[in-house]
Design a binder for this molecule. Structure first.
Ligand SMILES: Cc1ncc(COP(=O)(O)O)c(C=O)c1O
Length: 434
């Protein structure tokens, strides 16, 4: 018998990354979402946006020279060029040789998607099957999915963070790279929020060269780890300087506060200009089939900032004050846990940097926080530090404290401390100092 709907068998997909619906539906006035993708301000708990970006967003609609014509597949040339210079450096040899080029994409996610599609079609290190792909454990659900949909079947996770020692475990990472099939694609994150040191990146680069592994970088928040744009791009520049061919997905959502404008740049670095031209021609075809051409507003804003020394200076100042606030939140949370006498070391809160952080709680502690304290986490065990503010800091610290005590059975009575205690308004000021 004919069914009323041909889609009856479509299953309900589970949310990738974060159960935002569960958080939204939670009626508790104390609920806290530590998994938002965006950086927030302290005072109003709204999305952080650099003042210079706000000013330009007001100016652009008044500009009579701008129209709404389609943009070509590879995007606004001035944007891709200046964005690429920001991350690999203006005087980089790959740029001077014309063997590095950007592709304007729909967000960093679009850059990963187009990169994965391109690699699936054209990168055949063993001439037969698509390569093996390695993705860091915390990003396996989200980014692994992209590579899977692009057609890769052998997707493996790699580990660089030891959840017991609460620190980077470079030896574990090196062993995994050592055993990776030759030609595997390794998806690398820089700036490395967990704090890989330059000597460790050098070891990774040298092993990847020896094992002929292909680097695909993800630069999701340049400037927001150290506050210094060059320092945050150091690892990528090391690989480019060492002559690797590589891809890099560059995102501008966090460092420009332009989440909804969806601006990204897929950087391609090759050994010669002819290869770059051929790769770009294939990527242009892929884009024509996927979204035809990119969006313009965010890219125009970013170009206007990056090409004006005065605006660039203002933007850098804003980044630095946000980084200071992030470090202050880390320090305050660590200090609160110390004062509460929470068992364990919380040093990892300040040895990591950047927006995201491994909080160092196990799954039963995370479950306790969700069920009893209405504090929601990312599935990958990381929290967005910017979701912590003066109003919820005490509540979060107290809740973490209780979760640790309860799950280590040191003080089971804490289970009954209710979540409806008013947060301490007299607490600290975590506002952006700019
Ligand atoms: C590590 C990482 N990479 C890439 C992205 C994608 O960024 P975009 O918003 O530009 O698509 C995100 C977004 O949160 C991210 O956290």
């Amino acid at each position: 018998m004919a069914t009323l709907s041909v889609f009856l068998d479509v299953p309900l997909a589970t949310a990738i990354d974060f159960p935002l619906d569960v958080y939204r539906e939670d009626p508790s006035p104390q609920k806290v979402c530590l998994g938002h993708a965006g950086c927030h301000t302290d005072s109003a708990d709204e999305i952080w946006i650099p003042p210079v970006v706000q000013q330009i967003l007001l100016q652009i609609p008044q500009d009579p020279t701008l129209d709404h014509e389609y943009i070509k597949e590879l995007g606004i040339v001035e944007f891709t060029k200046t964005a690429m210079e920001l991350v690999i450096g203006k005087n980089n040899q790959a740029l001077l040789d014309n063997r590095a080029g950007g592709v304007h994409t729909i967000g960093g996610t679009g850059a990963v998607w187009i990169g994965a599609e391109f690699l699936h079609r054209w990168y055949r290190p063993n001439h037969l099957t698509p390569a093996t792909v390695y993705i860091a454990v915390p990003q396996l659900d989200t980014l692994g999915c992209i590579f899977q949909v692009a057609g890769f079947t052998d997707i493996r996770s790699y580990h660089y963070w030891d959840p017991i020692k609460l620190s980077v475990d470079i030896e574990m990472f090196m062993a995994e790279l050592q055993n990776a099939p030759e030609g595997s694609i390794v998806f690398l994150h820089a700036p490395e929020e967990t704090g890989l040191m330059s000597s460790e990146w050098k070891r990774i680069a040298s092993l990847m060269k020896k094992r002929q592994l292909f680097p695909f970088f993800d630069i999701a928040a340049q400037g927001l780890a150290s506050g210094n744009l060059d320092r945050d791009a150091w690892a990528l520049r090391l690989f480019v300087d060492q002559g690797f061919e590589l891809l890099c997905a560059q995102s501008f959502s966090k460092n420009f506060g332009l989440y909804d404008e969806r601006v990204g740049n897929l950087i391609v670095v090759t050994t010669d200009n002819q290869t770059l031209i051929r790769i770009h021609s294939q990527i242009a075809r892929l884009i024509a089939m996927t979204w035809f051409g990119p969006t313009s507003l965010g890219a125009r804003v970013i170009t206007m900032v990056l090409t004006s020394p005065a605006r660039l200076y203002e933007w850098k100042q804003s980044l630095q004050s946000l980084v200071k606030r992030i470090m202050l939140i880390r320090e305050k949370l660590k200090e609160k846990l110390r004062i509460l006498g929470t068992p364990g070391s919380w040093e990892h809160l300040t040895t990591q940097s950047g927006v995201y952080s491994f909080i160092g709680l196990n799954s039963s502690q995370v479950e306790f926080l969700e069920k009893h304290k209405h504090i929601y986490f990312l599935a990958n065990g990381q929290i967005n530090i910017c979701s912590i503010n003066s109003r919820n800091l005490d509540y979060i610290a107290q809740s973490i404290h209780e979760s640790v005590l309860v799950t280590t059975h040191q003080n089971p009575s804490c289970l009954y401390i209710k979540a409806d205690k008013e947060p301490d308004e007299s607490s600290v000021d975590l506002s952006d100092s700019s």
